[in-house]
Design a binder for this molecule. Structure first.
Ligand code: F6P
Length: 547
Protein backbone atom coordinates (compact mmCIF):
# COMPACT_ATOMS: atom_id res chain seq x y z
CA UNK A 1 0.00 0.00 0.00
CA UNK A 2 1.36 3.45 -0.89
CA UNK A 3 1.62 6.08 1.82
CA UNK A 4 -1.09 8.72 1.69
CA UNK A 5 -0.30 12.27 0.62
CA UNK A 6 -1.87 14.61 3.12
CA UNK A 7 -0.48 18.11 3.39
CA UNK A 8 -0.35 18.48 7.19
CA UNK A 9 -1.07 22.21 7.03
CA UNK A 10 -4.45 21.44 5.47
CA UNK A 11 -5.61 19.23 8.32
CA UNK A 12 -8.11 20.41 10.90
CA UNK A 13 -5.63 19.61 13.67
CA UNK A 14 -2.94 21.84 12.14
CA UNK A 15 -5.31 24.79 11.98
CA UNK A 16 -6.33 24.22 15.58
CA UNK A 17 -2.67 23.94 16.55
CA UNK A 18 -1.96 27.29 14.90
CA UNK A 19 -4.65 28.94 17.00
CA UNK A 20 -3.52 27.07 20.06
CA UNK A 21 0.05 28.23 19.44
CA UNK A 22 -1.08 31.86 19.67
CA UNK A 23 -2.32 31.12 23.17
CA UNK A 24 0.72 29.04 24.16
CA UNK A 25 3.63 30.96 22.69
CA UNK A 26 4.02 33.07 25.82
CA UNK A 27 2.97 30.33 28.26
CA UNK A 28 5.23 29.93 31.25
CA UNK A 29 6.20 26.37 32.11
CA UNK A 30 7.02 27.50 35.63
CA UNK A 31 3.47 28.78 36.08
CA UNK A 32 2.01 25.63 34.56
CA UNK A 33 4.00 23.56 37.07
CA UNK A 34 2.81 25.79 39.93
CA UNK A 35 -0.81 25.52 38.80
CA UNK A 36 -0.86 21.75 38.43
CA UNK A 37 0.68 19.37 40.96
CA UNK A 38 0.07 16.42 38.69
CA UNK A 39 1.82 17.86 35.62
CA UNK A 40 4.80 15.49 35.77
CA UNK A 41 2.52 12.54 36.36
CA UNK A 42 0.59 13.44 33.21
CA UNK A 43 3.58 14.04 31.02
CA UNK A 44 5.89 11.14 31.59
CA UNK A 45 6.26 7.64 30.20
CA UNK A 46 7.63 4.57 31.89
CA UNK A 47 8.68 1.76 29.64
CA UNK A 48 11.07 -1.12 30.44
CA UNK A 49 14.24 0.49 31.81
CA UNK A 50 13.28 3.90 30.46
CA UNK A 51 11.70 6.87 32.18
CA UNK A 52 10.87 9.70 29.81
CA UNK A 53 9.82 12.91 31.46
CA UNK A 54 8.45 15.39 28.95
CA UNK A 55 6.71 17.66 31.42
CA UNK A 56 9.34 20.41 30.92
CA UNK A 57 7.84 21.35 27.55
CA UNK A 58 5.72 24.34 26.58
CA UNK A 59 2.60 22.23 26.35
CA UNK A 60 -0.62 21.58 28.17
CA UNK A 61 -3.17 18.78 27.85
CA UNK A 62 -4.78 20.50 24.90
CA UNK A 63 -1.44 20.75 23.03
CA UNK A 64 -0.94 17.05 23.41
CA UNK A 65 -4.47 16.23 22.31
CA UNK A 66 -4.16 18.40 19.21
CA UNK A 67 -0.79 16.89 18.30
CA UNK A 68 -2.29 13.42 18.71
CA UNK A 69 -5.16 14.50 16.48
CA UNK A 70 -2.59 15.57 13.88
CA UNK A 71 -0.99 12.13 14.02
CA UNK A 72 -4.38 10.55 13.50
CA UNK A 73 -5.39 12.84 10.68
CA UNK A 74 -2.15 12.31 8.79
CA UNK A 75 -2.71 8.55 8.83
CA UNK A 76 0.09 7.54 11.17
CA UNK A 77 -1.61 4.30 12.24
CA UNK A 78 -1.81 2.84 8.74
CA UNK A 79 1.65 4.10 7.93
CA UNK A 80 3.11 2.22 10.93
CA UNK A 81 1.41 -0.97 9.77
CA UNK A 82 2.86 -0.48 6.29
CA UNK A 83 6.32 0.22 7.65
CA UNK A 84 6.45 -3.00 9.65
CA UNK A 85 4.69 -5.16 7.06
CA UNK A 86 7.12 -4.46 4.24
CA UNK A 87 4.97 -1.98 2.31
CA UNK A 88 6.82 -0.10 -0.44
CA UNK A 89 7.08 3.07 1.64
CA UNK A 90 10.36 4.17 0.00
CA UNK A 91 8.36 4.90 -3.13
CA UNK A 92 10.97 6.90 -5.06
CA UNK A 93 13.30 3.89 -4.97
CA UNK A 94 10.45 1.38 -5.11
CA UNK A 95 11.59 -0.34 -1.91
CA UNK A 96 10.29 -1.56 1.40
CA UNK A 97 11.94 -0.18 4.53
CA UNK A 98 12.61 -3.12 6.79
CA UNK A 99 15.42 -2.48 9.23
CA UNK A 100 12.85 -3.56 11.83
CA UNK A 101 12.78 -7.04 10.23
CA UNK A 102 16.49 -7.43 11.01
CA UNK A 103 15.71 -7.52 14.71
CA UNK A 104 12.40 -9.37 14.52
CA UNK A 105 11.95 -12.69 16.32
CA UNK A 106 12.71 -15.77 14.24
CA UNK A 107 9.06 -16.85 14.22
CA UNK A 108 7.90 -13.58 12.60
CA UNK A 109 6.74 -13.65 9.00
CA UNK A 110 7.57 -10.55 6.93
CA UNK A 111 6.97 -10.78 3.23
CA UNK A 112 8.77 -8.80 0.56
CA UNK A 113 7.34 -9.50 -2.90
CA UNK A 114 5.56 -12.54 -1.51
CA UNK A 115 8.69 -14.02 0.10
CA UNK A 116 9.24 -14.28 3.86
CA UNK A 117 12.59 -12.54 4.48
CA UNK A 118 13.05 -13.62 8.11
CA UNK A 119 14.71 -17.00 7.34
CA UNK A 120 17.34 -15.25 5.16
CA UNK A 121 17.96 -12.71 7.91
CA UNK A 122 18.59 -15.50 10.40
CA UNK A 123 20.89 -17.29 7.97
CA UNK A 124 23.06 -14.17 7.82
CA UNK A 125 22.82 -13.73 11.59
CA UNK A 126 24.09 -17.27 12.07
CA UNK A 127 26.94 -16.54 9.70
CA UNK A 128 27.82 -13.43 11.75
CA UNK A 129 27.72 -15.53 14.90
CA UNK A 130 29.96 -18.26 13.52
CA UNK A 131 32.43 -15.78 12.07
CA UNK A 132 32.57 -13.75 15.30
CA UNK A 133 33.23 -16.86 17.34
CA UNK A 134 35.91 -18.12 14.96
CA UNK A 135 37.76 -14.79 15.10
CA UNK A 136 37.42 -14.14 18.81
CA UNK A 137 38.26 -17.71 19.81
CA UNK A 138 41.26 -17.77 17.51
CA UNK A 139 39.93 -20.48 15.16
CA UNK A 140 40.42 -18.13 12.24
CA UNK A 141 43.89 -16.67 11.95
CA UNK A 142 45.93 -14.46 9.67
CA UNK A 143 48.18 -15.57 6.81
CA UNK A 144 51.11 -16.39 9.11
CA UNK A 145 48.91 -18.27 11.56
CA UNK A 146 48.88 -15.45 14.11
CA UNK A 147 45.71 -14.53 15.98
CA UNK A 148 43.79 -11.45 14.87
CA UNK A 149 44.31 -8.50 17.18
CA UNK A 150 42.80 -5.67 15.11
CA UNK A 151 39.69 -5.17 13.02
CA UNK A 152 39.32 -2.32 10.53
CA UNK A 153 35.85 -1.33 9.35
CA UNK A 154 36.13 0.38 5.96
CA UNK A 155 32.89 2.20 5.08
CA UNK A 156 31.26 5.62 5.14
CA UNK A 157 27.89 7.13 6.08
CA UNK A 158 25.58 4.40 7.32
CA UNK A 159 28.31 1.85 6.71
CA UNK A 160 30.48 3.57 9.29
CA UNK A 161 28.52 5.81 11.65
CA UNK A 162 26.30 3.12 13.18
CA UNK A 163 29.02 0.56 13.88
CA UNK A 164 31.45 3.29 15.04
CA UNK A 165 28.86 4.73 17.40
CA UNK A 166 27.83 1.34 18.82
CA UNK A 167 31.40 0.06 19.28
CA UNK A 168 32.25 3.26 21.16
CA UNK A 169 29.04 3.10 23.19
CA UNK A 170 29.62 -0.53 24.19
CA UNK A 171 33.32 -0.20 24.99
CA UNK A 172 32.67 -1.49 28.50
CA UNK A 173 31.50 -4.80 27.01
CA UNK A 174 34.41 -5.13 24.60
CA UNK A 175 36.75 -8.08 24.16
CA UNK A 176 40.47 -8.10 23.30
CA UNK A 177 40.08 -6.96 19.67
CA UNK A 178 41.00 -3.40 18.74
CA UNK A 179 38.46 -1.99 16.31
CA UNK A 180 39.29 0.90 13.96
CA UNK A 181 37.17 2.81 11.49
CA UNK A 182 38.36 4.23 8.19
CA UNK A 183 35.77 6.33 6.40
CA UNK A 184 37.04 9.57 4.89
CA UNK A 185 38.59 9.55 1.41
CA UNK A 186 41.20 11.83 3.00
CA UNK A 187 44.38 9.75 2.60
CA UNK A 188 45.69 11.10 5.88
CA UNK A 189 42.86 9.30 7.66
CA UNK A 190 43.65 5.84 6.28
CA UNK A 191 47.41 6.36 6.65
CA UNK A 192 47.06 7.35 10.31
CA UNK A 193 45.16 4.11 10.90
CA UNK A 194 47.42 1.72 8.96
CA UNK A 195 50.57 3.01 10.56
CA UNK A 196 49.37 1.42 13.82
CA UNK A 197 48.62 -1.96 12.23
CA UNK A 198 50.38 -5.23 11.63
CA UNK A 199 49.14 -6.82 8.38
CA UNK A 200 49.62 -10.32 9.85
CA UNK A 201 47.11 -9.73 12.62
CA UNK A 202 44.56 -7.37 11.07
CA UNK A 203 41.20 -8.27 9.61
CA UNK A 204 39.53 -5.82 7.22
CA UNK A 205 35.77 -5.56 6.95
CA UNK A 206 34.73 -3.63 3.84
CA UNK A 207 31.21 -2.36 4.30
CA UNK A 208 29.35 -0.86 1.39
CA UNK A 209 25.76 -1.53 0.53
CA UNK A 210 26.32 -0.56 -3.10
CA UNK A 211 30.06 -1.33 -3.32
CA UNK A 212 30.36 1.67 -5.61
CA UNK A 213 31.12 4.34 -3.02
CA UNK A 214 34.27 6.25 -3.97
CA UNK A 215 35.55 6.69 -0.42
CA UNK A 216 35.20 3.05 0.55
CA UNK A 217 36.65 1.64 -2.67
CA UNK A 218 39.60 4.04 -2.58
CA UNK A 219 40.37 3.23 1.06
CA UNK A 220 40.00 -0.50 0.40
CA UNK A 221 42.39 -0.36 -2.53
CA UNK A 222 44.95 1.64 -0.53
CA UNK A 223 44.72 -0.86 2.29
CA UNK A 224 44.98 -3.86 -0.03
CA UNK A 225 48.11 -2.37 -1.64
CA UNK A 226 49.63 -1.82 1.79
CA UNK A 227 48.68 -5.36 2.81
CA UNK A 228 50.25 -6.85 -0.34
CA UNK A 229 53.58 -5.27 0.55
CA UNK A 230 53.87 -8.01 3.18
CA UNK A 231 51.52 -10.72 1.94
CA UNK A 232 50.62 -12.61 -1.21
CA UNK A 233 47.50 -12.17 -3.37
CA UNK A 234 45.99 -15.44 -2.03
CA UNK A 235 46.29 -14.08 1.54
CA UNK A 236 43.70 -11.40 0.73
CA UNK A 237 40.97 -14.01 1.19
CA UNK A 238 42.05 -14.57 4.81
CA UNK A 239 42.17 -10.90 5.74
CA UNK A 240 39.36 -9.20 3.80
CA UNK A 241 35.64 -9.77 4.24
CA UNK A 242 32.80 -7.67 2.89
CA UNK A 243 29.25 -6.65 3.66
CA UNK A 244 27.26 -5.65 0.60
CA UNK A 245 24.24 -6.18 -1.63
CA UNK A 246 26.55 -6.11 -4.66
CA UNK A 247 28.10 -9.57 -4.60
CA UNK A 248 29.44 -9.30 -8.18
CA UNK A 249 31.50 -6.17 -7.40
CA UNK A 250 32.75 -7.64 -4.13
CA UNK A 251 34.04 -10.74 -5.88
CA UNK A 252 35.64 -8.56 -8.54
CA UNK A 253 37.61 -6.88 -5.72
CA UNK A 254 39.07 -10.30 -4.88
CA UNK A 255 37.04 -11.23 -1.85
CA UNK A 256 36.19 -14.88 -1.43
CA UNK A 257 32.39 -15.29 -1.87
CA UNK A 258 32.36 -17.30 1.39
CA UNK A 259 33.52 -14.15 3.14
CA UNK A 260 30.69 -11.99 1.88
CA UNK A 261 27.91 -11.07 4.27
CA UNK A 262 24.86 -10.14 2.22
CA UNK A 263 22.40 -7.36 2.95
CA UNK A 264 19.29 -6.29 1.14
CA UNK A 265 18.10 -3.22 -0.72
CA UNK A 266 15.24 -2.84 1.78
CA UNK A 267 17.78 -1.87 4.46
CA UNK A 268 18.55 1.84 4.27
CA UNK A 269 22.25 2.69 4.79
CA UNK A 270 21.55 4.90 7.79
CA UNK A 271 19.50 2.19 9.48
CA UNK A 272 21.79 -0.69 8.61
CA UNK A 273 23.71 -1.42 11.79
CA UNK A 274 21.19 -4.17 12.55
CA UNK A 275 22.27 -6.03 9.40
CA UNK A 276 25.70 -7.52 8.71
CA UNK A 277 26.87 -3.89 8.61
CA UNK A 278 27.07 -4.44 12.36
CA UNK A 279 29.69 -7.19 11.92
CA UNK A 280 32.37 -5.06 13.55
CA UNK A 281 30.06 -4.50 16.53
CA UNK A 282 29.63 -8.25 16.89
CA UNK A 283 33.41 -8.74 16.59
CA UNK A 284 34.04 -6.06 19.20
CA UNK A 285 31.56 -7.12 21.87
CA UNK A 286 30.76 -10.72 20.95
CA UNK A 287 27.69 -12.05 19.18
CA UNK A 288 25.61 -12.38 22.36
CA UNK A 289 25.93 -8.70 23.17
CA UNK A 290 25.28 -7.81 19.54
CA UNK A 291 22.13 -9.92 19.64
CA UNK A 292 21.06 -8.14 22.84
CA UNK A 293 21.39 -4.83 20.99
CA UNK A 294 19.01 -6.20 18.36
CA UNK A 295 16.58 -7.50 20.93
CA UNK A 296 16.49 -4.10 22.68
CA UNK A 297 15.56 -2.54 19.35
CA UNK A 298 12.93 -5.21 18.78
CA UNK A 299 11.32 -4.43 22.14
CA UNK A 300 11.11 -0.76 21.17
CA UNK A 301 9.59 -1.83 17.81
CA UNK A 302 6.87 -3.75 19.64
CA UNK A 303 6.20 -0.78 21.92
CA UNK A 304 5.96 1.56 18.93
CA UNK A 305 3.77 -0.80 16.94
CA UNK A 306 1.31 -1.71 19.66
CA UNK A 307 1.05 1.18 22.13
CA UNK A 308 -1.63 3.85 21.98
CA UNK A 309 -0.16 7.08 20.70
CA UNK A 310 -0.63 8.96 23.99
CA UNK A 311 1.69 6.48 25.71
CA UNK A 312 3.95 5.81 22.75
CA UNK A 313 7.48 7.13 23.31
CA UNK A 314 8.59 7.65 19.67
CA UNK A 315 5.24 9.22 18.79
CA UNK A 316 5.33 11.64 21.73
CA UNK A 317 8.94 12.69 21.05
CA UNK A 318 8.18 13.19 17.35
CA UNK A 319 5.05 15.26 18.05
CA UNK A 320 6.87 17.51 20.51
CA UNK A 321 9.53 18.06 17.90
CA UNK A 322 6.88 18.97 15.28
CA UNK A 323 5.36 21.40 17.80
CA UNK A 324 8.64 23.32 18.15
CA UNK A 325 9.76 22.96 14.54
CA UNK A 326 6.53 23.98 12.87
CA UNK A 327 4.82 26.27 15.34
CA UNK A 328 7.58 27.84 17.44
CA UNK A 329 9.94 27.96 14.44
CA UNK A 330 12.78 26.19 16.28
CA UNK A 331 15.58 25.44 13.82
CA UNK A 332 17.49 22.77 15.64
CA UNK A 333 17.42 20.29 18.49
CA UNK A 334 20.24 19.35 20.81
CA UNK A 335 20.92 15.87 22.08
CA UNK A 336 23.01 15.70 25.23
CA UNK A 337 23.94 12.27 26.58
CA UNK A 338 25.38 12.33 30.09
CA UNK A 339 27.85 9.57 29.34
CA UNK A 340 31.07 9.77 27.41
CA UNK A 341 30.21 6.42 25.83
CA UNK A 342 27.53 8.09 23.70
CA UNK A 343 29.79 10.75 22.25
CA UNK A 344 29.03 9.53 18.74
CA UNK A 345 25.26 9.38 19.19
CA UNK A 346 24.60 12.88 17.84
CA UNK A 347 26.72 12.44 14.67
CA UNK A 348 25.06 9.08 14.12
CA UNK A 349 21.56 10.50 14.51
CA UNK A 350 22.49 13.46 12.33
CA UNK A 351 22.60 11.10 9.38
CA UNK A 352 19.45 9.28 10.51
CA UNK A 353 17.51 12.48 11.00
CA UNK A 354 18.91 14.87 8.43
CA UNK A 355 19.45 12.47 5.53
CA UNK A 356 15.95 11.11 6.12
CA UNK A 357 13.92 14.21 6.73
CA UNK A 358 15.96 16.88 4.97
CA UNK A 359 13.43 17.03 2.13
CA UNK A 360 11.49 19.91 0.58
CA UNK A 361 9.18 18.04 -1.78
CA UNK A 362 6.05 16.41 -0.42
CA UNK A 363 4.88 12.88 -1.21
CA UNK A 364 2.59 14.46 -3.80
CA UNK A 365 5.66 15.68 -5.73
CA UNK A 366 4.98 19.32 -4.84
CA UNK A 367 7.24 21.66 -2.85
CA UNK A 368 6.22 21.77 0.80
CA UNK A 369 5.00 25.06 2.27
CA UNK A 370 6.18 24.35 5.81
CA UNK A 371 9.37 23.37 7.61
CA UNK A 372 10.56 19.75 7.59
CA UNK A 373 13.75 18.11 8.94
CA UNK A 374 15.22 19.36 12.15
CA UNK A 375 18.93 20.03 12.57
CA UNK A 376 20.36 17.74 15.22
CA UNK A 377 23.52 18.39 17.15
CA UNK A 378 25.08 17.67 20.50
CA UNK A 379 27.96 16.49 22.64
CA UNK A 380 28.07 14.69 25.95
CA UNK A 381 27.44 16.50 29.19
CA UNK A 382 29.16 17.82 31.19
CA UNK A 383 31.68 18.76 28.45
CA UNK A 384 28.99 20.52 26.42
CA UNK A 385 28.01 22.62 29.45
CA UNK A 386 31.46 24.20 29.20
CA UNK A 387 31.16 24.68 25.45
CA UNK A 388 27.80 25.68 23.98
CA UNK A 389 25.27 25.64 26.81
CA UNK A 390 25.59 29.41 27.18
CA UNK A 391 23.69 29.79 23.92
CA UNK A 392 20.94 27.38 24.98
CA UNK A 393 20.48 29.25 28.28
CA UNK A 394 20.79 32.86 27.19
CA UNK A 395 20.99 32.99 23.39
CA UNK A 396 18.25 34.23 21.08
CA UNK A 397 17.39 30.82 19.63
CA UNK A 398 14.97 28.26 20.95
CA UNK A 399 16.73 24.91 21.15
CA UNK A 400 14.61 22.05 22.47
CA UNK A 401 17.04 19.63 24.09
CA UNK A 402 16.95 15.93 24.94
CA UNK A 403 18.92 14.97 28.03
CA UNK A 404 19.87 11.29 28.13
CA UNK A 405 21.22 9.93 31.41
CA UNK A 406 21.70 6.64 33.23
CA UNK A 407 20.83 5.73 36.81
CA UNK A 408 23.85 3.45 37.19
CA UNK A 409 27.42 4.04 36.06
CA UNK A 410 29.24 1.10 34.51
CA UNK A 411 32.35 1.11 36.73
CA UNK A 412 30.30 1.83 39.85
CA UNK A 413 32.12 5.05 40.70
CA UNK A 414 29.43 6.71 42.80
CA UNK A 415 31.37 9.89 43.45
CA UNK A 416 31.81 10.70 39.77
CA UNK A 417 28.36 9.53 38.85
CA UNK A 418 26.62 11.60 41.51
CA UNK A 419 28.47 14.68 40.30
CA UNK A 420 27.66 13.88 36.67
CA UNK A 421 23.99 13.31 37.38
CA UNK A 422 23.68 16.37 39.61
CA UNK A 423 24.66 18.35 36.55
CA UNK A 424 22.17 16.41 34.43
CA UNK A 425 19.27 17.31 36.71
CA UNK A 426 20.52 20.83 37.39
CA UNK A 427 20.63 21.75 33.71
CA UNK A 428 17.03 20.88 32.92
CA UNK A 429 15.95 22.64 36.10
CA UNK A 430 17.94 25.75 35.18
CA UNK A 431 16.56 25.71 31.64
CA UNK A 432 13.04 25.53 33.04
CA UNK A 433 13.28 28.13 35.79
CA UNK A 434 15.91 30.52 34.58
CA UNK A 435 16.76 33.25 37.07
CA UNK A 436 14.58 36.27 37.70
CA UNK A 437 15.67 39.85 38.38
CA UNK A 438 14.58 39.40 41.99
CA UNK A 439 16.74 36.33 42.42
CA UNK A 440 19.75 38.03 40.87
CA UNK A 441 19.20 41.11 43.06
CA UNK A 442 18.93 38.94 46.16
CA UNK A 443 22.30 37.38 45.29
CA UNK A 444 23.83 40.83 44.86
CA UNK A 445 22.43 41.92 48.22
CA UNK A 446 23.93 38.88 49.87
CA UNK A 447 27.31 39.64 48.32
CA UNK A 448 26.95 43.27 49.45
CA UNK A 449 27.39 44.55 45.88
CA UNK A 450 26.98 48.32 45.50
CA UNK A 451 23.79 49.59 43.84
CA UNK A 452 25.57 51.05 40.80
CA UNK A 453 27.48 47.89 40.01
CA UNK A 454 24.40 45.76 40.67
CA UNK A 455 22.29 47.82 38.26
CA UNK A 456 24.97 47.47 35.60
CA UNK A 457 25.32 43.72 35.95
CA UNK A 458 21.72 42.76 36.57
CA UNK A 459 20.46 42.40 32.95
CA UNK A 460 23.35 40.11 32.04
CA UNK A 461 22.74 37.76 34.93
CA UNK A 462 19.04 37.23 34.33
CA UNK A 463 18.09 33.94 32.61
CA UNK A 464 14.73 33.88 30.88
CA UNK A 465 14.26 30.12 31.45
CA UNK A 466 11.23 28.43 29.87
CA UNK A 467 13.52 26.39 27.61
CA UNK A 468 12.00 23.01 26.71
CA UNK A 469 13.74 19.74 27.53
CA UNK A 470 12.96 16.03 27.50
CA UNK A 471 14.66 13.89 30.11
CA UNK A 472 15.35 10.30 29.10
CA UNK A 473 16.55 8.49 32.19
CA UNK A 474 17.63 4.90 31.59
CA UNK A 475 18.63 2.37 34.22
CA UNK A 476 22.01 1.44 32.76
CA UNK A 477 23.85 1.55 29.45
CA UNK A 478 23.70 -2.03 28.20
CA UNK A 479 23.58 -3.47 24.67
CA UNK A 480 19.85 -3.89 25.15
CA UNK A 481 19.05 -0.36 26.34
CA UNK A 482 21.29 1.05 23.61
CA UNK A 483 19.28 -0.92 21.03
CA UNK A 484 16.03 0.45 22.41
CA UNK A 485 17.39 4.01 22.49
CA UNK A 486 18.48 3.92 18.85
CA UNK A 487 15.15 2.42 17.77
CA UNK A 488 13.33 5.14 19.74
CA UNK A 489 15.00 7.81 17.60
CA UNK A 490 14.56 5.79 14.39
CA UNK A 491 10.82 5.69 14.93
CA UNK A 492 10.73 9.36 15.88
CA UNK A 493 12.26 10.06 12.45
CA UNK A 494 9.62 7.87 10.79
CA UNK A 495 6.70 9.58 12.54
CA UNK A 496 7.97 13.01 11.56
CA UNK A 497 8.38 11.98 7.94
CA UNK A 498 4.79 10.74 7.87
CA UNK A 499 3.43 13.94 9.39
CA UNK A 500 5.54 16.14 7.10
CA UNK A 501 4.29 14.16 4.09
CA UNK A 502 7.79 13.47 2.80
CA UNK A 503 9.70 10.37 1.74
CA UNK A 504 12.16 9.72 4.56
CA UNK A 505 14.04 6.80 3.07
CA UNK A 506 15.66 8.13 -0.09
CA UNK A 507 18.62 10.55 -0.25
CA UNK A 508 18.72 12.04 -3.74
CA UNK A 509 20.21 15.23 -2.37
CA UNK A 510 23.62 13.65 -1.82
CA UNK A 511 23.96 12.54 -5.45
CA UNK A 512 24.73 15.85 -7.21
CA UNK A 513 27.86 16.54 -5.17
CA UNK A 514 29.10 12.99 -5.90
CA UNK A 515 28.59 13.46 -9.66
CA UNK A 516 30.34 16.82 -9.73
CA UNK A 517 33.24 15.46 -7.66
CA UNK A 518 33.77 12.75 -10.28
CA UNK A 519 33.91 15.22 -13.15
CA UNK A 520 36.21 17.58 -11.21
CA UNK A 521 38.49 14.63 -10.46
CA UNK A 522 38.98 14.11 -14.20
CA UNK A 523 39.87 17.78 -14.59
CA UNK A 524 42.31 17.62 -11.69
CA UNK A 525 44.04 14.72 -13.42
CA UNK A 526 44.19 16.43 -16.80
CA UNK A 527 44.99 19.79 -15.22
CA UNK A 528 42.42 21.47 -17.47
CA UNK A 529 39.61 23.40 -15.88
CA UNK A 530 36.43 23.35 -17.91
CA UNK A 531 33.09 25.14 -17.75
CA UNK A 532 32.55 26.13 -14.13
CA UNK A 533 31.28 29.28 -12.53
CA UNK A 534 34.03 31.84 -12.04
CA UNK A 535 34.41 31.12 -8.33
CA UNK A 536 34.94 27.37 -8.84
CA UNK A 537 37.32 28.01 -11.76
CA UNK A 538 39.31 30.48 -9.64
CA UNK A 539 39.59 28.01 -6.75
CA UNK A 540 40.49 25.07 -8.97
CA UNK A 541 43.19 27.05 -10.75
CA UNK A 542 44.67 28.09 -7.42
CA UNK A 543 44.70 24.46 -6.28
CA UNK A 544 46.21 23.18 -9.55
CA UNK A 545 48.97 25.74 -9.68
CA UNK A 546 49.97 25.25 -6.05
CA UNK A 547 49.71 21.51 -5.60
O1 F6P B 1 26.05 9.49 1.01
C1 F6P B 1 24.89 8.79 1.05
C2 F6P B 1 24.97 7.31 1.28
O2 F6P B 1 24.29 6.71 0.24
C3 F6P B 1 24.39 6.93 2.62
O3 F6P B 1 23.04 6.91 2.64
C4 F6P B 1 25.05 5.62 2.85
O4 F6P B 1 24.93 5.27 4.19
C5 F6P B 1 26.46 5.92 2.41
O5 F6P B 1 26.28 6.78 1.30
C6 F6P B 1 27.34 4.76 2.08
O6 F6P B 1 26.86 3.96 1.04
P1 F6P B 1 27.37 2.50 0.76
O7 F6P B 1 27.07 1.67 1.96
O8 F6P B 1 26.64 2.04 -0.44
O9 F6P B 1 28.86 2.56 0.52
Amino acid sequence: MALNTINPTETVAWKKLQQHYSAMKKASMKEMFQADDSRTEKFNLKWNDFLIDYSKNIINQETLELLLELAKETGLKNAIADYFDGGIINQTENRAVLHTALRAKESTVINVEGQNVVPEIYEVKNKIKAFTNEVTLGQRTGFTGKLFTDIVNIGIGGSDLGPAMAVEALQFYKNHLNVHFVSNVDGDHVNEIIKKLNPETTLFVIVSKTFTTQETLTNSETIRKWFLQSAKQEDVAKHFVAVSTNIAKVTEFGINPDNVFPMWDWVGGRFSLWSAVGLSISLAVGFENYDELLSGANEMDEHFKTTDFDKNAPVILALLSVWYNNFFGAESEALIPYTQYLQKLAPYLQQGTMESNGKSVGRDGKPVNYQTGTIIWGEPGTNSQHAFFQLIHQGTKLIPTDFIGFVKPLYGDEDHHDKLMSNFFAQTEALLHGKTEEQVQAEFDKQGLGADKAALLLPFKVFAGNKPTNTILIQKLTPKTLGSLIALYEHKIFVQGIIWNIFSYDQWGVELGKQLANSILEEIHTEKVKNHDSSTTFLLNHFLSNK
